[in-house]
Design a protein around this ligand. Structure first.
Ligand SMILES: [Fe+2]
Ligand SMILES: [Fe+2]
Length: 319
């Protein structure tokens, strides 16, 4: 039985408020927007949720590039639905950040000015249609590993947003895998395209879980606050264990000569990740960083008139 949470204190006494917050976290209950919370908790959540929202929105670009070149109407309809879902995920997440007092336009400005980050994975280009399938399989698969535990995150609006997001990510992963299965049943050239896409996306997908635990300065506090439930390395291992049998079924080779099954632990051991590449990409110098941000900036600036018109319309009706 979790310890009962003390009643909301009728006080502005910081120590009593902190005690109630700590008891809520210890009892595994949710913190809601109207509850008192430490400033560090609020700031950490805004940073994490904003980074997550930006990743959903920027993540529309690499796949969006293929909307006009999808090989059939069926593939186009599937890809369009998926890219739209990612826009929806971004919107849920910006709304969750707003419950913490953040301003959506301000978060977008911070993204464009390079003051907030997004997932490193979206700074790689999509070279063939097989990349669409591999993104669904790897990138959405990694997102599922990351996000399923966030459904139990201590902050209520974030946890609830994740429940729907995860259902949609599951569809995304399956459509990617089904696309790859179809290509693997095709010509030798199609199979080679799939293998080439796997070779290019595997290592970057392992980097999606963030730096190793001994180089992840904010992780311990985030876990103590119940924002994060598992460490970066735990989630990365879970992802590798899930992906290796799927690669076997598909008939592709993961580009890691050190990948071996360890019967003692029941896990797949994998080779060293190139953290220099990760740091280069996350700090803005990956293959497509400049293009991603330039497009996001153009979308903000070119569509500013829509926001202005909608704001003026709302103000007119309010008066
Ligand atoms: Fe998403
Ligand atoms: Fe997705």
């Amino acid at each position: 039985m979790p310890a009962p949470v003390p009643d909301r204190p009728a006080t502005s006494d910081e120590a009593a408020l902190q005690a109630r917050f700590d008891a809520t976290i210890a009892a595994d209950h949710r913190i809601e927007p109207r509850d008192w919370m430490p400033e560090g908790y609020r700031k950490t959540l805004i940073r994490q949720i904003a980074q997550h929202a930006h990743s959903e929105i920027i993540g529309m670009q690499p796949e969006g590039d293929w909307l006009l070149a999808a090989p059939s109407l069926r593939r186009k309809a599937i890809l369009l639905a998926k890219v739209q879902d990612e826009a929806g995920h971004g919107m849920y997440l910006y709304s969750a950040a707003e419950t913490l007092g953040a301003d959506r336009a301000d978060l977008t400005d911070k993204l464009i000015e390079g003051r907030q980050k997004y997932s490193s994975i979206f700074n790689y280009p999509t070279l063939t249609y097989a990349d669409v399938g591999v993104i669904g399989w790897f990138v959405d698969g990694a997102a599922i590993c990351n996000q399923v535990p966030l459904c139990r995150s201590s902050y209520g609006p974030y946890a609830r947003a994740m429940i729907r997001v995860c259902k949609e990510e599951s569809f995304h992963q399956r459509q990617g895998y089904e696309l790859l299965m179809t290509m693997m049943r095709g010509t030798p050239e199609q199979r080679a395209m799939v293998q080439d896409a796997v070779d290019r996306w595997w290592w970057p997908s392992l980097m999606m879980f963030g730096p190793p635990d001994d180089d992840s300065p904010n992780s311990a506090q985030s876990m103590a606050w119940g924002i994060k439930r598992h460490s970066n390395d735990e989630l990365r291992q879970r992802y590798v264990d899930m992906s290796v049998p799927q690669a076997d079924v598909l008939g592709v080779t993961l580009p890691d000569p050190d990948l071996t099954y360890d019967p003692d632990s029941g896990h797949y051991r994998f080779g060293a990740i190139d953290w220099t590449e990760f740091k280069r990409v996350i700090s803005g110098n990956g293959p497509a960083n400049a293009e991603r941000i330039a497009r996001r900036r153009a979308a903000r600036d070119d569509n500013a008139w829509v926001t202005e018109a909608a704001t003026a319309y709302a103000a007119k009706h309010a008066s």
